[in-house]
Design a protein around this ligand. Structure first.
Ligand code: NAD
Ligand code: G6P
Ligand code: MN
Length: 445
């Protein structure tokens, strides 16, 4: 069957993940053929580093695709079927502040969890909303698939501020975890796993996992997680785990699991259940942002510059990982009506029966041309319900604070977070973050 060709814009063309997505798109020309591929970014120099390399890659491997890079929204968003978005408003230098400021007060400093995630949310909301507006203006029928973090807060903000927008907020963490799980239980691929999962973004639990034949994978998996977390017994497996900080996170899942052995957890729950451990094991002068700047950013850009100089990508080390695989698979399901089952961040509306309808939850959905249809995960127990409701309130308070420009609401949000010990600590962190964020945030009153 001839598949209709698609036109895609990658927003955040200068992202460290863009080249990987391009590799995945090219490898998938039989399943998701492209007529056009565009990059859009508001930082021309940064985007050009990646674009100059990707131009070579496209010319070499899929010359039939029309490739371009621009900072002009009209050019970028005109005649588009999909926006694949992964912007980082404020860049890695602001991520560094999100992480380091809370740590000064003995609080978790993390990209998406705790006060750091809230600070990032306040910056990210207007950036993502602007992308939606460009899409609706120039290609009103397009879908936006959004990785831009903090996805939970962004999802709540876009639900409220652009309720009819065709945006789907997504996260690659469950896919990355399932990749390790597939190794653990002896399956070839994470797509061989059928799962039931509920929660919020970076805040959820699996209740069931089977293979495609319906065989229960949980007993074997739990036995492993109780000993090693999601790390392999011999310490190999998922390429993410080549980095020590991710290895620690995957191993720590063992202790997260111990709190509720009826489920298996998302790795991000370590920040809420073991914040004291996380703080004790973080160097406050060298956080994850520094690691990313020293490693991923440096390596990806060096490789891009090498390709551009050589004018060939024949021997490139750029790889398409699960991050790229997931977003391309989602676009394919929407374009070609595949009815695949995927975890997406969507309005609850009964998916978790005993949780408010207007919470943005992460649950399995069936994806087709009609969009996504969430599956009902039933009622959840007291422990998860209590944690989730607290975290939903935090995320809603951040969006309240953004919309109302309210100091009070942001202070309440930080105070309510399970990562913060008291209102006074919350206030000190907030005051320092207001200074650090300057014009990236609305002025609070
Ligand atoms: P990065 O800083 O390398 O790239 C982000 C790009 O966005 C930069 O080129 C920057 O110039 C651009 N940008 C910033 N603000 C913009 C705006 N308003 N309009 C257009 N472009 C803008 O960041 P990265 O490490 O590659 O990560 C990119 C994003 O993807 C981050 O938000 C990260 O958290 C997110 N991410 C999410 C998931 C997920 O599971 N949801 C997974 C991986 C990465
Ligand atoms: C996972 C999460 C993303 C997060 C990323 C951070 O992929 O799902 O939401 O942005 O990890 O990774 P990093 O390597 O930048 O710390
Ligand atoms: Mn994520």
């Amino acid at each position: 069957m001839m598949l209709e060709k698609q036109s895609v814009v990658i927003a955040g063309g200068g992202s460290t993940y863009t080249a990987g997505i391009v590799m995945m798109l090219i490898e998938n020309q039989d399943k998701f053929p492209l007529r056009k591929l565009k990059f859009y970014d508001n930082d021309e120099d940064r985007q050009n580093i990646v674009a100059k390399a990707c131009e070579v890659i496209v010319k070499e491997r899929a010359p039939e695709i029309e490739f371009s890079a621009t900072t002009d929204p009209e050019e970028a968003f005109t005649d588009i079927d999909f926006v694949m978005a992964h912007i980082r408003v404020g860049g890695l230098s602001m991520r560094e502040k999100d992480e380091k400021i809370p740590l000064k007060y003995g609080v978790v400093g993390q990209e998406t969890c705790g006060p750091g995630g809230m600070a990032y949310g306040m910056r990210s909301i207007p950036g993502v909303v602007e992308l939606i507006d460009y899409m609706e203006k120039y290609s009103p029928d397009a879908w936006m698939l959004n990785y831009s973090n903090p996805a939970a807060i962004v999802a709540e903000a876009t639900r409220r501020m652009r309720p009819n927008a065709k945006i789907i907020n997504i996260c690659d963490m469950p896919v990355a975890i399932k990749k390790s799980i597939a190794d653990i239980v002896g399956l070839e691929s994470e797509s061989d796993i059928v799962d039931r999962y509920y929660g919020l973004n970076h805040f959820g639990w699996w209740t069931e996992m089977t293979d495609k034949q319906g065989n229960d994978l949980m007993p074997k998996l739990k036995e492993h997680v109780a000993k090693y977390g999601y790390a392999a017994a011999e310490g190999e497996g998922n390429p993410l785990l080549e980095e020590n900080s991710w290895m620690d996170t995957f191993q720590k899942a063992k202790d997260v699991y111990a709190v509720d052995p009826t489920t298996v957890p998302n790795t991000y729950l370590k920040y809420y259940l073991y914040p004291d451990y996380v703080v004790a094991h973080t160097d406050p002068n060298h956080t994850r942002a520094n690691e990313v700047m020293d490693n991923r950013e440096k390596n990806v850009f060096a490789e891009c510059e090498r390709i551009a100089a050589a004018q060939t990508a024949e021997d490139t080390t750029i790889e398409a990982g699960e991050h790229a695989e997931f977003i391309v698979q989602l676009a394919g399901a929407l374009a070609y009506n595949t009815y695949e089952r995927m975890l997406l961040i969507v309005k609850n509306e009964g998916a978790i029966v005993n949780l408010a309808d207007d919470a943005m939850v992460e649950v399995p959905c069936i994806v087709s041309k009609r969009g996504y249809e969430p599956l009902c995960m039933g009622k959840i127990p007291h422990f998860q319900k209590g944690m989730i409701e607290q975290q939903v309130a935090v995320e809603k308070l951040v969006v309240d604070a953004f919309e109302e420009k309210s100091y009070q609401k942001l202070w309440q949000a930080m105070t309510l977070s399970k990562t913060v010990p008291s209102a006074s600590v919350a206030k000190q962190i907030l005051d320092e973050m207001i200074d650090a964020n300057g014009n990236w945030w609305p002025e609070l009153n």
